[in-house]
Ligand binder design. Sequence first.
Ligand code: NAD
Length: 489
Amino acid sequence: MDIKNFIDNQECIPLSGLWLENVNPAIGQVYGEIPNSGADDVEKAYQAAVAAFESWSVTTVEQRSKIMLKIADLIDESLEELAAAESKDNGKPLSLARRIDIPRASSNFRFFGHAITQFATKTHETTGKNTINYTLRKPLGVVGCISPWNLPLYLFTWKIAPALAAGNCVVAKPSEVTPLTAYLLGDIVKKAGLPPGVLNIVHGLGGSCGQAIVAHPGIKAISFTGGTSTGAHIAATAAPMFKKLSLELGGKNPNIIFADCDYDKMMDTTVRSSFANQGQICLCGSRILVEQSLYEKFKADFVKRVQELRIGPPDHPDTQVGAVVSAAHRDKIETYFAEAKNNPAHDNASSVDAYNILCGGKRQVVQGHENGFYLQPTVIEVNSNYCRLNQEEIFGPVVTLMPFKNEAHALELANGTQYGLSASLWTNDLSRTMRLTDKLEAGIVWVNTWLNRDLRTPFGGVKNSGVGREGGFNALEFFTEPKNVCIEY
Ligand code: NAD
């Protein structure tokens, strides 16, 4: 299947005539091609977007909302096709794509279709000076949206929907690793009545196509989700042009478990927060920290549960763990297996980095899919929070385990990384909850739950996990520029 760019509501081949291979990770085989777009394709998309902005920016909120809601309905109608496409492109279980990814993509359009009708600005009356200030919020113009491969349509639409709802035109690039559902979205937005040029989707590599979007002087803002080092590079490119930036980056999220928690609920959720989507969710809890008194029991029960997870072809209804997204990503994760194997705990009693692989640490051969990129869910006990496996984002089916002595120790370990995206806390002690939620360095803290999302809430990270917040009115504020008008009467 060949994927094309979507520019001015038309399918276009790349101007260079160059293509990239698209691989199905479940079987490790190429199944199609995508455009290897360059700066000239981005320019073409930009020109279409600029031309469309004049009329799109002055459409009524009701007109925009109606189209957003129609897009949401059409995504719902295409649930099966989109879920199958997402699973094929990414390797995630079909059941997960059907239950989470695609419904969330339609929710994104529905949510911002409604939110824009409720978005209002403020007035400030300066009493005693016969002065009133009111603030307008104007769309920015043409904006760039760049998304990663782990939740392809889910995160692509999380950016595009608020950008369009706020009256901007968009040049968007999905990950070159998972382009298929973004391609299918082109047809959907066209059917929903989105005018030509309002949304343009270009496919290609980050360093060429993505870089051309970031470096384009006419593109006013970049909303980016991806890795921290890519985010730093984007910030360095965009900052001299004073572009607005929203950067949602990597994480190394702690999952802090106290002995007083609801054990069964915590165990079910921790298995999920560790290995959902093969651990390839930026919000997965990849560092499990357990209170000393519960540690041995937790370790035994958790490892048993992880070993019971069913690894298999994404389209099999029983599969809980599918393939990781690519051979390159599998190889990267395997370097962490090697690190652990090369520094076993029993040989390194005094060494800083010593690892004990409790389960997994290997490839999994799936019958009939021998060339697919399957890895066993892996639990590794570590003896220090400052080891490589606790400091670097692995972004795969790998979690580490270590005990903590008390609340202060738990906090020190939880905050002891460069990242600060999310944290999960398991306890039934209210005072402890209040103390720790106050002190945890994270943009999102879950207590006795995980990935429990209300789209109105601010979403994003602190430290090297990003800058800015998505979600709710935060996203509409990002995609608009405030202009204050001061009148003395
Ligand atoms: P990545 O940074 O390699 O790529 C993300 C996107 O950026 C892709 O579309 C890629 O083509 C593009 N890109 C790469 N280089 C670019 C450049 N120089 N200029 C412009 N665009 C460029 O990330 P990935 O491997 O696709 O995704 C995994 C990462 O995403 C992980 O670090 C994960 O934590 C992070 N992530 C964060 C969140 C969040 O909300 N904070 C959500 C999901 C994923």
